[in-house]
Design a protein around this ligand. Structure first.
Ligand code: ADP
Ligand code: MG
Length: 313
């Protein structure tokens, strides 16, 4: 007679066997596994039984994909990856490949690496042309110009840029964000810079010598967006040595610069005339004209009007 432990073992084995058979039957009956067996000449019922755990895992994870809760909540073992069965030379293997959502997400991150921004809010960095509103005819025209630029820009060969001006809150910076995103799709690197903060940082960098490096990076980027030019506090050094030499370099190298401003060209020229050193204000018409020449040279001023989207803030 069997000992109690043998009986117990036999009973356990039996229960285990039953569970195994049940799992096997369920798996073999599933539509997905049936399709695999029908479509792949190498995969047979025997093979599925032999690699039961792998096929079970495959089936479970594919079921998750059928009811995909989104990339962030992906319940699969490796987030954003789906199992695939391969049967190379009779060797059955379950591998993993990124799903469509994961691939799109990777691509988006790769594109965002093409956009460098200094002091620009996230919503602007994510702007798209399809979201640009068309509440005013001036915006339609600006949008057409922006699209043309984004589709045809050729840094290094064509230095033609854009100058968007108009009242606060009409969407000038937003439109620039949409340009940067379209350029990223074309693998063209863009830097969006909020001019007042950038100048402030350059000024602070004089003491530790870091300004050279910062200036170099901005100077030579394929497409530079100087956002809100005219809102900065200028010293004659910032105007002539920083802004002046930056624009000179970009003009010579045919690197496009895009501007947004509350000022039209004449108003910007007037702003550039006045510089401050300590309490002394200086007026230098000629130096302002010199900078403006570089801006007027290959930028058509484009006026934007419309609702102030920030009025409720
Ligand atoms: P401006 O640069 O002309 O002062 P912004 O581009 O900063 O104006 O736009 C003002 C606000 O409205 C910002 O918060 C911006 O994100 C938002 N905004 C502008 N245009 C759109 C748009 N088409 N869709 C969504 N938000 C927008
Ligand atoms: Mg702005």
């Amino acid at each position: 007679m069997d000992s109690i432990s043998d009986q117990l073992k036999g009973w356990k084995d039996g229960a285990f066997q039953k569970r195994l058979q049940k799992k096997e039957a369920e798996l073999l009956a599933s539509e997905r596994i049936q399709k695999l067996i029908n479509d792949d000449s190498i995969i047979t019922e025997e093979i599925v039984k032999k690699h039961l755990n792998e096929f079970d895992q495959y089936n479970k994870e594919r079921n998750h994909c059928d009811h995909c809760p989104g990339l962030e909540d992906c319940p699969n073992m490796m987030q954003g990856y789906q199992p695939v069965v391969s049967s190379d030379f009779g060797d059955i293997r379950i591998g993993y490949q990124p799903c469509v959502l994961k691939r799109q997400d990777d691509q988006k991150h790769q594109q965002q690496n093409m956009i460098k921004s200094l002091y620009i809010p996230k919503e602007i960095v994510e702007a798209t042309f399809s979201n640009v509103d068309e509440d005013d005819t001036s915006k339609l025209r600006a949008k057409a110009k922006a699209l043309e630029f984004a589709h045809t820009a050729d840094p290094g060969n064509d230095g033609q840029g854009l100058y968007f001006y108009g009242k606060f809150g009409v969407g000038k910076t937003y439109m620039m964000g949409a340009i940067a995103n379209l350029l990223a799709e074309r693998d063209i690197e863009t830097m969006l810079v909020y001019t007042p903060d950038f100048f402030r940082e350059i000024k602070q960098g004089i003491s530790d010598g870091s300004y050279q490096e910062k200036l170099e990076a901005v100077k030579s980027v394929p497409v530079l967006i100087l956002d809100d030019i005219g809102a900065e506090n200028l010293s004659s050094w910032l105007r002539d040595e920083v802004l002046g030499s930056l624009l000179q370099y970009r003009m010579m190298e045919k690197l496009p610069t895009l501007f947004t401003s509350n000022y039209d060209f004449d108003e910007l020229e007037a702003h550039l005339m006045y510089t401050q050193k300590g309490n002394v204000e200086r007026v230098e018409e000629l130096k302002a004209k010199r900078i403006m020449e570089r801006i007027r040279y290959n930028h058509e001023p484009i006026y934007l009007n419309g609702e102030n989207r920030r009025k409720n803030n």
